[in-house]
Design a protein around this ligand. Structure first.
Ligand code: ATP
Ligand code: MG
Ligand code: MG
Ligand code: MG
Length: 569
């Protein structure tokens, strides 16, 4: 590619609204442009890298035996009603109507569509196991889209779904996917960790997340110093030994994560997907003698919203107070904020507020640890639940008894999950077994954030000059910078010749033939992060040399013109 004919949309200034380095550099290097919140255009430079990430993902998925499909982004509501997720999924689901008024959504994930396809296509156990994947655009109406393509609303995901006759077969494919993910992230040159993740209400089935280690990551991951134990914080909290009780005055939000049994019980009661409920604080009161429920406050954090709670489960039970004002909460709870006595509600009340806010609201200013003003927390607000709460901190012994725990920040770039028969039961996806008996299939699902990987890679590979791409996903592997080519036909000709030679050898080459000052060209090539750079100048040619500099090199070096290609190899 000739830079003079290519969109080099670099920017000197750091964009004001870009908080993290990858977002800043993707904008400055001319890889992406924002259209609206969480919506980005990939410019030619950025798209080259995105496509290379896709290619690596595709090659390894193909190698694993998975079959590529491409499903529609727009999905009919009927399938989501069948699985139950139409009412459960919440605010991230972008819903829409067609001209006939029929309900559709823009797919945030494709379990329903693939299950519908496979229940029609596969008939016999002989066709199992089977794994289908796609690399495709997803839409999630994230509550807080941010960090550019890292947490976008529209983004590219590789999602795969496997189908099995039994749990052993699912386990085998799950292990194959685990290995495939490691192969993918190795080839991408990322420093990453697979960690155990909570599999929630779906049962004892397994789940792992793959995290790229970076301080800008939004997740906490927990390692043991002396064993292979690694888990995301929710999972670690679910299995770690009980932590310290909070100090007086410490915010409940810091310490309160409900145990898995509680999550599952409440999730079942409310008809919500417990796998998405792990980031909740539950405060539950016991019913009194009259059978009235005490205070039930489910504080929803993160991207979990009240829309996920099935309407029928609340009908006649409670009026959910989404983002309710203090006055509204007071009215429902029956007493004033900060001065709550023993609370008895005729109905459960669900308050979609931050845990800290609720803690303050319930406890008031005179909070003393868990002893509330006018309320003995231990008596009135079921302390047995609170005692189950975990609080993993750095330096704790680990759950497997080896070493102590270390906590690092991670970016979730992949997630594999044993779904079991959640979707296949709901949607009646069966095959005939050896005896001609109809059996519900087991399923697994496997996601990779393809577009997120581009940003995650930059978080790990940059310096004060810009991006430093690994060769595997660099938009161009080699930059040829010609100096004064507009005045020197010798330089122009030598540049063209090298360009052709490297291209013939299979390299992605950017010939910077722009009529710009050398400093501008060098800065751009470094900002864009091209791993190898040759400079063609009159002075060098007179000595029969080109100047070479690797993007991570401190020093430049002269390379004889004829040896440029062997030098790269
Ligand atoms: P997160 O915890 O970051 O919100 P998730 O757990 O909701 O991610 P999954 O449902 O596991 O995401 O989807 C599979 C993969 O898709 C994730 O591991 C992540 O890499 C990617 N992904 C999810 N949400 C986004 C997003 N908003 N923007 C870019 N990539 C995303
Ligand atoms: Mg999410
Ligand atoms: Mg996640
Ligand atoms: Mg996930």
């Amino acid at each position: 590619m000739r830079a003079s004919r290519y969109l080099i949309a670099t920017q000197k200034e750091t964009p004001a609204d870009a908080e993290i380095i990858s977002h800043q550099l993707m904008l400055r290097a001319g890889m992406i442009r924002k259209l609206a919140a969480g919506l980005y255009t990939w410019l030619p430079m950025g798209l080259r890298t995105l496509r290379k990430v896709e290619r690596i993902v595709r090659e390894e998925m193909d190698k694993s035996g998975a079959q590529e499909v491409l499903m529609p982004a727009v999905q009919p509501a009927e399938l989501w009603q069948e699985s139950g997720r139409w009412t459960q999924y919440g605010g991230e689901l972008l819903r829409m109507n067609d001209r006939h008024g029929r309900d559709f959504c823009f797919g945030p994930t494709h379990e329903e569509v693939i299950t519908d396809l496979i229940r029609n296509e596969l008939k016999s156990y002989k066709e199992l196991p089977a794994n289908f994947y796609q690399i495709q655009t997803k839409f999630r109406d994230e509550r807080r889209p941010r960090f550019g393509v890292m947490r976008a609303r529209e983004f590219i995901m590789k999602d795969a779904y496997s189908f099995h006759l039994n749990a052993e077969s699912l386990d085998e494919t799950y292990q194959v996917m685990h290995r495939t993910y490691c192969a993918i992230f190795d080839r991408l040159g990322l420093e990453y960790r697979p960690v155990q993740a909570d599999s929630g209400a779906i049962g004892g089935s397994a789940s792992h997340e793959f995290h790229v280690l970076a301080s800008s990551g939004e997740d906490d991951i927990v390692f043991s110093t002396d064993s292979d134990y690694a888990a995301n914080i929710e999972k670690a909290e679910a299995v770690a030994p009980a932590g310290e009780r909070p100090a007086p005055g410490e915010s409940m939000q810091d310490v309160a994560t409900p145990d898995q049994r509680t999550i599952e019980a409440v999730a079942t009661f409310l008809g919500i997907d417990a796998t998405r409920t792990v980031k909740t604080l539950l405060v539950k009161g016991e019913a009194d003698e009259s059978g009235q429920a005490g205070l039930v406050a489910l504080v929803l954090r993160g991207d979990h919203t009240l829309n996920e709670i099935k309407a029928e489960n609340l009908a006649g039970v409670a009026e959910p107070l989404t983002m309710a004002t203090d006055e509204e909460i007071e009215k429902a709870v029956g007493c004033k904020a900060g001065s709550i006595g023993p609370v008895n509600l005729p109905v459960p009340v669900i308050v979609d507020r931050s845990a800290a806010h609720l803690a303050d609201f319930v406890c008031g200013a005179n909070r003393d640890g868990y002893h509330l003003t006018g309320v003995n927390w231990e008596r009135d607000v079921a302390i047995d639940r609170v005692e189950d709460l975990r609080n993993v901190v750095e330096g704790d012994p680990s759950p497997d008894g080896k070493g102590t725990l270390e906590i690092r920040r991670g970016i979730e770039v992949g997630h594999i999950f044993k779904l079991g028969n959640k979707y296949s039961t709901a949607m009646n996806a069966t095959v005939l077994d050896e005896n001609g008996k109809s059996v519900v299939m087991d399923m697994g699902c496997y996601g990779i954030g393809v577009s997120r990987i581009v940003a995650a890679s930059i978080e790990q590979n940059h310096d004060d000059k810009g991006i430093i791409w690994p060769d595997a996903i660099a938009p161009f592997q080699v930059a040829i910078v010609t100096l004064n080519a507009h005045k020197s036909p010798t330089v122009a000709e030598a540049g063209e010749k090298l360009y052709e030679q490297l291209r013939q050898a299979g390299y992605d080459v950017l010939l910077d033939d722009r009529n710009e000052r050398p400093g501008v060209k060098f800065a751009d090539m470094e900002l864009i992060g091209i791993p190898h750079r040759f400079v063609v100048s009159d002075r060098g040619l007179a000595a029969g040399t080109l100047e070479y500099k690797g993007r991570r090199d401190e020093e430049k070096q002269d390379v004889p013109v004829a040896e440029a290609l062997p030098f790269l190899v």
